[in-house]
Design a protein around this ligand. Structure first.
Ligand SMILES: C[S@@+](CC[C@H](N)C(=O)[O-])C[C@H]1O[C@@H](n2cnc3c(N)ncnc32)[C@H](O)[C@@H]1O
Length: 288
């Protein structure tokens, strides 16, 4: 089978199985199997696949047809222009979360000797990309899941920023050293925010494959954020930012969790105009 035939059959096969991103997925899987990027696949379209490559490609197409996400099949996902290792122990980083990372970066760039925490770090996408993009930054990254933390550590090593990130297992900000209280410039949180009752209605590739610990945010989706807010206030320095990714309909309820005497809050829109990020600046009595 030639490369161009493999691409065509892969696309047809995934389309036939109602995979919405059939064209892109066939190409990404073929790139993974051959080690060739998209340009090279086009330039070498008349090259034959080896028998082993054909077999591996067929196996991956079958798994994709059953709904397994491409990133778990290849073991990789790009975030903020960087390559991240992903396994089924972590949520696949989403392009939507780049709004949070970019907002954190813009604030941290203004701070001397910046310090930040990433709570619910998962693959480490936020912590590792911030560390890569800001060489003076020191971070603490927390997750409940030991398996997720192992992946996050691998990503920090891959990008050679592991010496600037302390990984801690535990609940929300509980594992942070008390000596950090009042000192953090940013707390980044992409915690689970899907209401429990909506999990069953999610796309099969999300609900059947991604860890529910990374999705389920309780009754209205905001349980974890509600618990995070008071602790975040203790750990931020005056003027520091708490950033929380939310679902499109959660902006108003999320802002109600932030007492106006403690926080100056607003909701940012993503490029599609959806309200997806709460930015809350810690205010102190002296600033009021
Ligand atoms: C939506 S995922 C986000 C992963 C990553 N930050 C990203 O943006 O791709 C949420 C993460 O929060 C973790 N988590 C869930 N409950 C937690 C808790 N109480 N304390 C700390 N981490 C928690 C999950 O294990 C999961 O890795």
């Amino acid at each position: 089978m030639l490369i161009k035939e493999a691409l065509q059959t892969g696309r047809q096969f995934l389309t036939w199985h109602n995979i919405p991103s059939a064209h892109l997925d066939a190409r990404v899987l073929l790139s993974h199997v051959t080690g060739l990027d998209y340009t090279a696949l086009l330039l070498q379209s008349r090259q034959p696949l080896t028998a082993e490559q054909q077999q591996q490609y067929r196996r991956l197409l079958d798994r994709r047809a059953y709904g397994e996400p491409v990133a778990y099949l290849t073991g990789h996902k790009e975030f903020m222009g960087l390559d991240f290792i992903v396994t089924p122990a972590v949520l696949i980083p989403r392009p939507d979360t780049e709004l949070l990372a970019e907002t954190a970066l813009a604030h941290l760039r203004q701070q001397p000797g910046p310090l930040a925490a990433d709570v619910g770090t998962g693959s480490g996408a936020i912590a590792v990309s911030l560390a890569c993009l800001l060489p003076g930054l020191r971070l603490w990254a927390v997750d409940l899941s030991a398996e997720a933390l192992a992946v996050a550590r691998q990503n920090a090593q891959l990008h050679r920023v592991d010496h600037r990130i302390t990984f801690l297992q535990g609940n929300l900000l509980a594992p942070l050293p008390p000596s950090l209280q009042g000192r953090l410039d940013v707390i980044a949180a992409n915690l689970p925010y899907i209401p429990s009752g909506e999990i069953d209605g999610l796309m099969p590739d999300v609900k059947d494959y991604e860890p529910h610990l990374a999705l389920d945010g309780g009754l209205d989706g905001l349980d974890l954020y509600r618990r995070l807010v008071p602790a975040a206030h203790r750990f931020l320095k005056p003027g520091g930012l708490l950033l929380m990714e939310i679902g499109p309909g959660q902006g108003e309820a999320a802002c109600q969790m932030l007492p106006p005497e403690d926080w100056q809050a607003e909701v940012k829109h993503d490029l599609a105009g959806r309200r997806r990020l709460v930015t809350a600046r810690k205010i102190t009595r002296a600033q009021k």
